[in-house]
Design a protein around this ligand. Structure first.
Ligand code: SAM
Ligand code: SF4
Length: 350
């Protein structure tokens, strides 16, 4: 798709035209990844973070947040729960936490791979090439790292580099690919200062990176962050700011499906936070094919506050599971069996 065509879809508001976009995305999803909805058990293993991301409540300077790091035993209990609930994948996610030592993590991954049939997805931030290689050797299958925005200037404003550590997320994504992981990335929709052209560029970059997994969700303001302060918030020229809305997020999911037909694309919790009633379902009929039930123990879940009022904060893993499977079946779709590997990855590696 040409950049101008993507931009035109992002600006489209006519209901009949949007119905056409949803139909195209849903047909493409059915044709390339089928009707199954894959369930990934999400475990938020630590909310410690050394980064200064201007948008995120876990950022290091947020002194209001009580920090936690789960023990190996606690994580393995959640992993056993994932197996009992019939999931094919666990996603281990955290802030960028040097307290998660590479060798400790490798031993945990080895243990999960030895004792269960699960695929393991890691989302632990910008770790060194050595750490990423160690975890891949231990058996980790996939790595998620959103590039957040393809506009370099905006990226540097909202995601300051750590002193002495100039690595950027695109370079790390290249390393992740070279190491043989399934590669996942994505962006937030409606970041202050993000223009329609920026977002169209993000979608084009999804295609250029040939992503196996794409996570997109609306930007949701957290009061204890620089982006919540009008004096520090980047701005876009008049008429060019992308709104952080539910509708815009559906457009980005649908266009991501058209750009990367074989990728696994979740209907995210951030989307469900904007529309608790039917946000996930609408994502699933507009291009998405994955949901991520939260298996984090409730006492930690409320502390993993990247933005306020997150959907499904109080539910147990079981409650999340039954709610999500009922929603999937309500759409006439089936919860996926097996690991739900990315067909895009499989195609590239045959
Ligand atoms: N620390 C790891 C990282 O940054 O890749 C993984 C965890 S981080 C919380 C996962 C994602 O949450 C980020 O990539 C970002 O897109 C998203 N996120 C952070 N703050 C957000 C906010 N205020 N609104 C919406 N999404 C947010
Ligand atoms: Fe840390 Fe990730 Fe939040 Fe940035 S987005 S502050 S790296 S948890």
């Amino acid at each position: 798709m040409q950049l101008s065509e993507i931009t035109a879809w992002l600006r489209e508001d006519a209901p009949a035209r949007l119905a056409e976009l949803w139909r195209r995305a849903d047909d493409t999803r059915q044709q390339h990844v089928g009707g199954q909805v894959h369930l990934r058990g999400l475990i938020e293993i630590s909310n410690h973070c050394v980064r200064l991301c201007g948008y995120c409540g876990l950022r290091a300077p947020n002194a209001w947040l009580v920090r936690y790091r789960m023990s190996e035993g606690e994580i393995l209990d959640c992993v056993r729960n994932a197996v009992a609930l019939g999931y094919g994948t666990v996603v281990l996610q955290s802030g960028e936490d040097p307290g998660i030592e590479a060798a400790w993590m490798a031993s945990l991954v080895r243990r999960i791979k030895r004792d269960t049939p699960l695929a393991v997805t890691l989302s632990l931030g910008e770790r060194s090439d050595d750490d990423l290689a160690t975890w891949r050797e231990a058996g980790a299958d996939r790595y998620l790292l959103r590039f957040e925005t393809s506009n370099r200037r905006l990226y540097e404003q909202i995601h300051p580099a750590r002193p002495g550590d100039p690595r950027d997320r695109l370079a790390i994504l290249a390393t992740i690919r070279r190491l043989g992981y399934e590669v996942g990335s994505g962006v937030m929709v409606g970041i202050p200062g993000q223009t329609y052209e920026d977002l169209a560029g993000d979608l084009r970059l999804f295609g250029e990176l040939d992503l196996d997994m794409i996570g997109v969700g609306p930007y949701l303001e957290h009061p204890n962050t620089p982006l919540a302060d009008p004096a520090q918030r980047p701005t876009a020229p008049d008429g060019q700011q992308v709104p952080a809305t539910e509708l815009m997020t559906y457009k980005v999911i649908a266009l991501a499906r058209l750009v990367c037909p074989k990728a696994n694309i979740p209907a995210t919790t951030a989307l469900a936070t904007l529309n608790r009633e039917s946000g996930r379902e609408l994502g699933l009929v507009r291009g998405a094919n994955v949901v991520m039930p939260n298996l984090t123990p409730p006492q930690y879940r409320r502390l993993y506050e990247i933005y306020p009022d997150k959907a499904c904060l109080a539910e147990t893993g079981e409650a999340c599971h039954y709610c999500l499977t009922a929603r999937i079946e309500g759409l006439g779709r089936d919860p996926g069996a097996g690991r739900g590997d990315s067909p895009n990855y499989a195609t590239r590696n045959t």
